[in-house]
Each structure stands twice: as structure tokens, then as C-alpha cells.
Write a protein that binds this ligand. Structure first.
Ligand code: FMN
Ligand code: SF4
Length: 470
């Protein structure tokens, strides 16, 4: 990448990069001072809109447009900074907070000034204890130095940041699950609309932004929208922090222009596939985005290109490499177990579907698979999620994509696995056997349709005695 200058990670290798002294000595808080003393909030929104900065938290929604959705006549605005970062293999937010917390605080000051929010809640993943401590110290330093608090830089703008620790649930990264949790309730996503911009935390208009999204803002204010748009690919502008993990020689988090290929990330930045092996597949952006096969590794990792190989999107841009010694059934087993565990349970298709997919995959792995299981899972995965409109939030889409992609791209391997690993102990028993053994009620006696009974008999009953109920 000729002439690419990393900005988000520029301080990471500097000693004591987490301190205010180092941050200020490297030009830190210049953008915040400039915006608060020379620009009005709407101008900041316009600059961010012009940069076409898209959210880095997974959905890729344009940041300036989101800020523009706030009602004009609002009395109070809140900002929530999403630092829940629970997508497996994603760790760029953690490094941003641990290595350069003042960059994030400056981004928060700018985001809050632009949206006229005077209170910001930073919702941080429970396990990020070190990042939490670093942030608490950095916020105290920033407050003492007048970057936070009352009448910042004499501009008349006040801002307080409160750090709120989550309790360890993936679903609290979903913006409305996060808001519910922040309010002290169970982290159940809300039906939208109303969107948080209109009715968010404590019923106030609320902006939810990811850590990395806000870290881009000081650089956009300092260098301008055109600079930002000069990096990346058409429709996917700016620098991006890519995580690389799994079966690579070097697990890393590296800043590159949006649109780098998955192959470059693995071979150049990840040091190649470990143990001299080849890549069988790679997860492009967190497990909810699906799977790229080896022949698709030249796909650019940006907001547009991942649709072509059938993935959900860029997600968190966290690449996980799967080597050619790893059975795809193991990948499916781990992903489906994760989603079945993390589903919040509000929506029937997600609650039951993630559990059913996990059990079916577990049965296949144990040697009780049938070829038709693959068709049933693919059909089910295609009918699950926000995309077909059956669930409240996107967790269900994320649960479906690995299944859809793995069956479409690795069907031959999965069929061969099913044929080669038949274990009668785990085979599906006819429903009559299960009824006779007293393991399930006789559904036909409850006057259910023949179709329902047939579906249950073929999908659901495991010879190990587990039932469908969770
Ligand atoms: C199940 C689920 C989990 C999510 N987890 C996160 C997360 O950990 N961090 C994050 O920033 N966004 C997460 N999101 C996306 C958020 O809902 C939201 O789009 C994002 O925080 C908005 O910030 P951005 O526009 O700056 O990207 C998740 C979404 C879903 C459906
Ligand atoms: S889709 Fe799943 S995780 Fe999301 S609200 Fe519904 S049940 Fe909960």
C-alpha cells in the first residue's frame, strides 16, 4: 500500500501511549479544541457526513447520517459508546482502548459536541478489565486537564463520560440490547422502530457508536473529509483495523486501507498459514459474517465486496484462518454452539432455531448425520433472521450465515464426513421408538398435523435421549 500512513494505531508503539502527556505531545486534542472553539456542531456533522465514514461496529451504517437522524427539537441527547466487542476473534477495540484511550476520548468529545450530547456512557465488555482501568485513569486525566467536564475550552460545552461494565453477554453488543442493559434491565434487544436516535437510553434520543468509528473522527476533523475519502475503495473509505487470528503464524491487529484482500492479510500480515499448511477457508469479519473458501481469498475486505462470495458483509473485519487439516464440521460445531448459547431467547425462530441447528450439527459430528440434514439446515438458515423479517435483531442472521456458507461451499466434504462417520449409537431413531421409550409425548395424540410430526421425527430426536426443549 504505497503512501498509506496509519493514524488509528500511530501511537501504539510509543512508550506510555496511554497517557495524556504522550497523547498531547503527538498532537492529541487539537481537533477537539479546534471544533469546540472554531466550528459549530452542525459543521462537525457535515464534515463527518462528507467523509462518508461508515460505522466500524459491524453494520457499516454511515456515521454522519446517523447523527443527522436525531430530532431537531430534542431537549437532551445521550451518546453510548459500544465497547462490548464480543464478536469472536475481534480485538481491535480492546487495543484502541488499552493503547490510546485519549484518541477515543477525543472522538467521544467530538461526537458528543456534534450531536449536542452532554452525557456519554461507555459500555465496556466485562472481560476487558485492563482496558476498563486504563480508560478510568485516562478519563480522570482528561477531566483534570479540561478536556472533559464543564465549559470545555471555554466553549460553553459540558460533557461527562461514565464507564459502564457489561456482564458478559454477546447480545449486549446489539445497540438496543446495550441500552436495555445500561438501564439495568436484561439485555433484550428492542423492536425497531423506534430507533435509538428517537427513543433510546432512558427514553432520550441516543446515538450508539462503536469505539473505532469514534476514533476515526479526530483524524477526519484534523485532515478533512477529502483526506479520508482518498483512502480505501469506492463506497468504503478510510483506514480500518483488521484482526488476524486462527491458524496463522502471527496473530495480529493491523491498520490498512479498507479493501485489502483476505489473502494479503493472511500471507503478509499474518505470516502465512501455520505449520506450512494451506488455508481451507477463512472467516472474513467475525463468525456472523460466514465463510470464504480458499478460492475466494482474493476478495477485498470492504463494505461492498463480500456480498459476491455470499457472505453477510464486512462485520468487524476480524479474519480467522481455518487450515486444511480442520474439518468444516468442527467449525460449524463451534459457531452453532456459540449462537445457541448467546441467543437471548425472545424470538422463537432464533431461540429454537439456533438450538436446533446446534443439536443437528452435534449429531452429525458424533456420527448420526444424514444427507438430508444438510438440506434441512440450509432451508432453515435461509428463513431465519432480520433479513427475511422473522426476528428482532441480527444475531439470528449471524447464526444462519456460517451454516448457509459452509453447506453451500463445503457440501462435498460434509457429505463425505456423514458417510464416513456413521455411528449407529447416534443415529436418528424413528419417532415411534422414542414414544415407545417414553422419551417424548405422542404428538399425534395431541392432534398435530402429520407434517409437524414428520418434521419433528426427522429433525429433532436424538438417540442420546436429549429432547428439543431447552
Ligand atoms: C448480535 C449483535 C452483536 C453486536 N455486537 C456489537 C459489538 O460488540 N460492538 C459494536 O460496536 N457493535 C455491535 N453490534 C452492532 C451494533 O448493534 C451497532 O450497529 C453499532 O454499535 C453501531 O455503531 P457504529 O455505527 O459506529 O458501527 C452488534 C450487533 C448485533 C446484531
Ligand atoms: S434474534 Fe435472537 S438474539 Fe435477537 S432478539 Fe431475537 S432471540 Fe434475541
Amino acid at each position: 500500500m504505497p503512501n498509506f500512513e496509519p493514524v488509528l494505531s500511530r501511537n501504539w508503539s510509543v512508550a506510555d501511549s496511554h497517557t495524556l502527556k504522550v497523547y498531547e505531545s503527538r498532537g492529541g486534542y487539537r481537533s477537539a479544541r479546534k471544533a469546540l472553539t472554531e466550528l459549530d456542531p452542525d459543521k462537525v456533522v457535515t464534515i463527518v457526513k462528507d467523509s462518508e465514514l461508515r460505522g466500524r461496529g459491524g453494520a457499516g451504517f454511515p456515521c454522519g447520517m446517523k447523527w443527522g437522524f436525531l430530532p431537531k427539537d430534542r431537549k437532551q441527547t445521550l451518546m453510548c459508546i459500544n465497547a462490548d466487542e464480543s464478536e469472536p476473534a475481534t480485538f481491535n477495540n480492546r487495543i484502541l482502548m488499552e493503547k490510546d484511550p485519549h484518541q477515543l476520548i477525543e472522538g467521544i468529545v467530538l461526537g458528543c459536541f456534534a450531536t449536542r450530547a452532554t452525557t456519554a456512557y461507555l459500555y465496556i465488555r466485562f472481560e476487558y478489565i485492563h482496558a476498563f482501568r486504563v480508560l478510568e485513569a485516562a478519563i480522570a486525566e482528561a477531566r483534570a486537564a479540561g478536556h472533559l467536564g464543564k465549559n470545555i475550552y471555554g466553549s460553553g460545552f459540558d460533557l461527562e463520560i461514565w464507564v459502564h461494565r457489561g456482564a458478559g453477554a454477546y447480545i449486549c453488543g446489539e445497540e438496543t440490547g446495550l441500552i436495555e442493559s445500561l438501564e439495568g434491565k436484561r439485555g433484550w434487544p428492542r423492536i425497531k422502530p423506534p430507533f435509538p436516535a428517537v427513543d433510546g437510553a432512558f427514553h432520550h434520543p441516543t446515538v450508539v457508536n462503536n469505539v473505532e468509528t469514534l476514533c476515526c473522527v479526530p483524524h477526519i476533523i484534523e485532515r478533512g473529509a477529502d483526506w479520508f475519502k482518498s483512502i480505501g475503495t469506492p463506497k468504503s473509505y478510510g483506514p480500518k483495523l483488521y484482526c488476524v487470528s486462527g491458524h496463522v503464524n502471527k496473530q495480529t491487529c493491523v491498520e490498512l486501507p479498507l479493501g485489502v484482500t483476505c489473502r494479503e492479510l493472511i500471507d503478509v500480515h499474518g505470516g502465512g498459514v501455520w505449520k506450512g499448511r494451506k488455508a481451507k477457508a477463512a472467516v472474513p469479519g467475525g463468525i456472523s459474517m460466514g465463510l470464504l473458501s480458499a478460492s475466494e481469498l482474493d476478495t477485498p475486505l470492504d463494505f461492498e465486496s463480500l456480498r459476491k462470495p455470499g457472505c453477510l458483509g464486512l462485520g468487524t473485519a476480524a479474519v480467522t484462518v481455518i487450515d486444511d487439516h480442520t474439518p468444516i464440521i468442527d467449525y460449524l460445531y463451534n459457531t452453532s454452539r456459540f449462537f445457541a448459547h448467546e441467543s437471548c431467547g425472545q424470538c422463537t425462530p432464533c431461540r429454537e432455531g439456533t438450538g436446533w441447528m446446534y443439536k443437528t450439527i452435534k449429531r452429525i459430528k458424533a456420527g448420526g448425520g444424514r444427507i438430508e440434514d444438510l438440506d434441512q439446515m440450509a432451508t432453515f438458515a435461509n428463513n431465519l433472521g432480520i433479513m427475511p423479517g422473522t426476528t428482532i435483531c441480527g444475531l439470528a442472521d449471524g447464526a444462519a450465515w456460517p451454516v448457509k456458507n459452509a453447506i453451500a461451499k463445503f457440501r462435498t466434504e460434509l457429505e463425505a464426513y456423514i458417510r464416513a462417520n456413521q455411528n449407529p449409537a447416534h443415529a436418528v431413531k424413528p419417532i415411534q421408538t422414542a414414544i415407545a421409550q417414553g422419551r417424548v409425548v405422542d404428538l399425534s395424540a395431541l392432534a398435530l398435523s402429520a407434517g409437524s410430526v414428520a418434521a419433528l421425527s426427522s429433525n429433532d430426536l436424538l438417540s442420546d435421549g436429549s429432547s428439543h426443549a431447552r
